[in-house]
Design a protein around this ligand. Structure first.
Ligand code: C6P
Length: 413
């Protein structure tokens, strides 16, 4: 039986029951949530971990001698250890806790690039990037006189690898590349790309916002210098995120923000900064959120990332085969290696209208440019409808999506 013909296993039914929000009806229909790339839902264990912390343990971290502060600190730092283990970083010093992928990338742009780059230097990105992996580099270029250069993609939404490699010249200071495209679902062969960049002496930042929720990530195996991701896309709370950074690089970088907790000693004459990773974590952090993120990692570890990836791959194939049967559908993003996302257009229905009609049928998708305007421009469109999957989705969700699209077609006939 071909990959595409295989039905996804029923394991999702077990996972699904762990997500209380999915049990509701929306507009009179059972909710079909196909917008996990924007923000994934949280299992009860995450919601409970945050609530338990708020009820029983809340206090500021790293500051108090009292019991609650110790408990809060232990839980918060325990989550950092879980993150280290989850992505196989070498040490916990390499796990900087941020508010999300966006902040993680801005940190690298301002603290790693800005002090080191100038006119004549180049930052290399790809045409597939989310705005969060474009605009921080444009800011640095404006600030320093460096130049942003962009590797092209083909009509399937795949990187033109030969062109990318040929752009890795001596004057390139950093390659910033997404692991998985949020708009098209393309999975980039980042391990091979990083290996080539390393031969060229170019450090690499990977935007892993759409990678971490769907596949096992091993930053040592990838051999990347930075890997950025968000808690809310991996079934944890919003306002949490991670910057993995190679310790030798983080060590050399100046702080990104100043304030409490990132210092060892302050006087009006000078300040001695704290050790890694605290040097980059000024002010009171999102304590409850990070504890929730730790619980999300526990959940993912017990589900098993390999198992999740295999299930989602089958479900994605099923989605493609079913969408392919819808008349007048145009699939945007047809790369050979894809994860969990499919963009499409239906006839000449505006994507926002399509999203609204689907919502009336209880089906939640995202519409518009997906914060990836250059991708839309590349395909000559202003936006798409996008269905994105997580392991709590199943074939019924896909069938409901297809039925809702058929209904939309009738409405607009
Ligand atoms: N993409 C989507 O619907 P933040 O907002 O910092 O958590 O993540 C930003 C970000 C960076 N890179 C990629 C590849 C992303 O997909 C995102 C967020 C959401 O596709 C919201 S636009």
């Amino acid at each position: 039986m071909s990959h595409a013909q295989r039905q996804p296993s029923l394991a999702a039914a077990d996972w699904r029951k762990d997500f209380p929000i999915l049990g509701q009806t929306v507009n009179g229909q059972p909710l079909v949530y196909l917008d996990s790339a924007a923000s994934a839902q949280q299992p009860a264990s995450v919601i409970d971990a945050v609530a338990r912390y708020q009820r029983e343990d809340h206090a500021n971290v790293h500051r108090g001698v009292h019991t609650l502060s110790h408990r809060a600190t232990d839980a918060y730092e325990g989550a950092r250890d879980k993150i280290r283990d989850f992505i196989n970083a070498t040490t916990r010093s390499e796990i900087v806790l941020t508010s999300g992928t966006t902040e993680s990338i801005n940190l690298v742009a301002q603290s790693y690039c800005r002090p080191r780059i100038g006119p004549g230097g180049k930052i290399l990105v790809t045409h597939l990037e989310h705005h969060a992996n474009i605009v921080p580099w444009q800011l640095v270029c404006e600030q320093t006189g460096a130049e942003l250069i962009v590797a092209p993609i083909d009509d399937h939404g795949q990187l033109e690898l030969e062109a990318l490699r040929s752009m890795m010249t001596n004057d390139v200071f950093l390659l910033a590349i997404g692991h998985v495209s949020n708009a098209l679902g393309t999975v980039n062969p980042v391990k091979e790309i990083i290996a080539h960049a390393r031969q060229c002496g170019i450090p690499v930042l990977v935007d892993g916002a759409q990678g971490v929720p769907h596949m096992p990530i091993d930053v040592q195996d990838l051999d990347c210098d930075f890997y950025a991701f968000s808690g809310h896309k991996m079934f944890g709370p919003t306002g949490t995120g991670v910057l993995y950074g190679r310790e030798t690089l983080l060590d050399e970088m100046p702080p990104y923000k100043g304030g409490g907790d990132m210092i060892l000693e302050v006087s009006f004459e000078s300040t001695i900064y704290n050790e890694l990773p605290y040097k980059f974590e000024a002010g009171t952090p999102n304590i409850s959120g990070v504890i929730g993120l730790g619980a999300a990692i526990d959940y993912l570890q017990s589900a098993g990332m390999q198992r999740i990836a295999a299930y989602e791959s089958d479900l994605h194939d099923y989605m493609l085969s079913q969408l392919g049967r819808v008349d007048d559908i145009r699939l945007i993003g047809t790369a050979a290696n894809k994860a969990s996302v499919q963009s499409f257009l239906l006839g000449d229905i505006h994507s926002h209208d399509l999203g609204t009609i689907l919502d009336h049928q209880g089906v939640a998708i995202r519409t518009g440019h997906h914060c990836a305007m250059p991708v839309m421009k590349r395909f000559g469109i202003s936006g798409t409808a996008r269905a994105s999957l997580a392991f709590y989705n199943n074939t019924d969700d896909i069938d409901r999506l297809v039925a809702a699209l058929e209904k939309a077609r009738q409405v607009f006939k």
